[in-house]
Design a protein around this ligand. Structure first.
Ligand code: GSH
Length: 202
């Protein structure tokens, strides 16, 4: 989701191959054996297989909304925390049956959410690092959204007013709306589907 948002913002257009994680096509595993999505294959064949790296690739190409302009090192630190410990807690909170220990996931994840709330308390405006949306907001928001959806009544009980406003802002944004369109599952031989806010240049 965050890779899509960065691609959309950058104005890059890519061929989109939507897959089902339960039926990963061989073509994906050939270019990226670890089998996670998203994966971006560049025209010269280089493969980018981490969503954050796709964000940087897109925004280094073009960053019209200034997502890379402020506090990048601090943003990277928090995104790393999100991608490691918060993501691990999210997986355990979402799928407790898949793990031997999952009880501590909720309090640990909620502590991370409280850290984000504190960030927003200290921030001048409704965004985490700057007076406008930047990389950290876009990179973290899909994970917070997933967390909130696991147990909505529990999330509603949490005293995180600024984080909830922040989450609602991103969920209601035209950018999020633009990238959430449902795509057909890709099949070899189909007419290419394109993704991007600008028309494909082919
Ligand atoms: N660190 C990776 C994580 C990507 C990831 O875990 N993606 C999930 C889908 S959101 C996935 O592909 N899971 C593989 C599976 O369920 O088989 C990234 O951000 O690109």
């Amino acid at each position: 989701m965050r890779a899509r948002m960065a691609l959309w913002s950058s104005g890059l257009t890519v061929e989109l191959r939507e897959i089902e994680l339960s039926a990963k096509p061989q073509e994906l595993l050939v270019v990226s054996p670890k089998g996670t999505v998203p994966v971006l294959v560049l025209p010269e064949g280089k493969v980018i297989e981490e969503s954050l790296d796709i964000m940087f690739y897109a925004l280094k190409h073009n960053d019209p909304d200034g997502w890379l302009t402020e506090n990048i090192d601090l943003s990277k630190f928090w995104i790393k925390r999100c991608d490691s410990e918060f993501k691990q807690n999210l997986d355990r909170y979402k799928y407790p049956e898949r793990f031997t220990e999952s009880k501590s996931a909720r309090p640990r994840g909620e502590a991370f959410l409280q850290d984000l709330e504190n960030f927003l308390i200290n921030a001048a405006g409704p965004f985490l690092m700057a007076g406008h949306e930047t990389l950290i907001d876009v990179a973290l928001f899909p994970f917070v959204r997933q967390w909130a959806k696991v147990d909505p009544p529990r999330f509603a009980e949490l005293n995180l007013p600024r984080l909830k406003t922040w989450l609602n802002y991103h969920q209601a944004s035209p950018l999020f709306d633009s990238i959430m369109k449902k795509e057909e599952i890709w099949n070899l031989g189909q007419k290419p589907a394109f993704f991007g806010r600008l028309s494909p240049q082919i």
